[in-house]
Design a protein around this ligand. Sequence first.
Ligand SMILES: Nc1ncnc2c1ncn2[C@@H]1O[C@H](COP(=O)(O)OP(=O)(O)OP(=O)(O)O)[C@@H](O)[C@H]1O
Ligand SMILES: O=P(O)(O)OC[C@H]1O[C@H](OP(=O)(O)OP(=O)(O)O)[C@H](O)[C@@H]1O
Ligand SMILES: O=C(O)c1cccnc1
Ligand SMILES: [Mg+2]
Length: 550
Amino acid sequence: MSETGEGPLHVTRQFGQNSIIQPLLTDLYQITMAYAYWKSEKTKDYAVFDLFFRKNPFQGEFTIFAGLEECLKFLEKFCYSQSDIDYLKATLPPSTEEDFFEFLSTLTTKEVKLYALAEGSVAFPRVPMIRIEGPLAVVQLLETTLLTLVNYASLMATNAARYRIAAGNLMLFEFGLRRAQGPDGGLSASKYSYIGGFDATSNVLAGKLYNIPVKGTHAHAYITSFNGFSELKNTILQPKTGGKPKDLLKIALTWKERLLPIFNVISSEASEGELAALISFAIAFPDEFMALVDTYEVQRSGLLNYCSVALALNELGYRAVGIRLDSGDLSYLSNIARHYFVEISEKYNIPWFEHQTIMASNDLNEDTIISLNEQGHKINCFGIGTHLVTCQRQPALGCVYKMVELNHYPRIKLSQEVSKVTMPGSKNVYRLYSERGHALVDLLQRSTEPPPSVDGKILCRHPFEESKRAYVKPSRVEQLLELYWADGRIIKELPSLQEIRERVSNSLKTLRSDIKRNLNPTPYKVAVSDDLYHFIHDQWLKNAPIGELF
Ligand SMILES: Nc1ncnc2c1ncn2[C@@H]1O[C@H](COP(=O)(O)OP(=O)(O)OP(=O)(O)O)[C@@H](O)[C@H]1O
Ligand SMILES: O=P(O)(O)OC[C@H]1O[C@H](OP(=O)(O)OP(=O)(O)O)[C@H](O)[C@@H]1O
Ligand SMILES: O=C(O)c1cccnc1
Ligand SMILES: [Mg+2]
């Protein structure tokens, strides 16, 4: 039971959010730093942090920002319970002063302000997805939790969006729960792959919690659970439009005899157990009959048996839905399956028969889908699990959370690697669009600068390479960071999952196709204003120690 004594559902999801998302879901060092800040009387210093990543995942040139709603709900709930305090008392060194725990127990996010990109927008390296400001101790304590909420969500949404680009208009089902990084990973995978453009999930709890369409077929076990017709307890089905119930098995067997010459097989080549299983499934779901056809042999057994049952259902007024292929050469087998669907459709004048769904699954990934498209196939729907939910091609997005300002003075983190030097100061971000509606560049400016104006000639500079600069005359300027959290509450209406999903699709449409392509995509430009350029370099020089040569 939860602390509030509510039922089991509330243990798993409170306010639509996982109840494990709480202040102690963090790294110990956040709490030890908070103690040290407290001892140094720095807890109320005014801090600004940027949450951003340095490199797009999957060797791509775009990322989808996701996880914002969960971050805001975390801020809403942020509060150390008595049991949290008791645990910390027992965990921190005995020298930790009692008053610190008193301080912790009073902490809230009331004085915090959180600015963010809209959830579902495309995002690029170094551009803050979130800018958060407020009392140092609190804002520091939020670091790890915010990162864990944004990193996987954004990675997953990006992965799904890439599969969506590869699959074009074909249906995409997420089948990954069994392979996900644990139950919470599985739920997040279902949620964020839907945002990224998947059509449905097999994950029933995700369907219930997030209102995502749930879909599925059956496993090989269902087929192998039948040996023969003698195991069928019921073969009778009522025709869809009423009338006398008929023996579906008998009708299917008649059709099977007629189909043998079309499939060029002899009756004994097709598995009787498989046909029995298909009859049984069709009786359970006559209007949604979808069958796995690769358990024994696709052409000689699975397809023949499936078509026999689908034609028998047709006689009773039902339209079968289609097949799933889960092994073998998916391009070749889908072409064969469609060939038979078309031939039967024409021979028996059943127009819908040729359009039945052909679903493919089995270790699919973005590259397999691209390759299948190149080869030519007749698949309408992909069921994807392992590679999607584990983000096998790149298992983590490297979002970081860096202090950029303290008490209105800039802070910079230097690094041997130029790309790791942070951009100091509180910044605003603008996306500049071309006349044709394409995003041209994301421009970072100091928060104190006025926004760039449409039709103005704006100097956009590479943050670190002096000679790289260009003038841009935007047709539209979009301010990317908006205030979502202030005065202890969410101050903007949050979009539904469906709206976030639409934003992903619309936001991707603003990117030129060369930025989105799978192989060697063109990098999108992220620039800084002239003012910010000089500010960064001044700060860099001020903070880089001058060495001495001996
Ligand atoms: N036409 C195709 N082009 C490229 N990849 C394909 C094609 N058809 C299938 N694949 C992929 O090839 C791999 C085949 O997997 P694997 O070698 O394990 O064979 P299988 O078909 O699963 O065999 P089994 O019958 O033993 O289950 C899968 O990852 C699948 O997605
Ligand atoms: O391949 P994925 O992308 O992870 O998609 C989900 C897989 O899960 C199911 O079977 P499972 O893999 O459990 O068993 P199977 O390989 O023996 O079919 C399904 O048949 C797919 O093959
Ligand atoms: O419904 C399916 O076909 C399914 C569900 C989960 C995993 N593999 C397949
Ligand atoms: Mg498998």
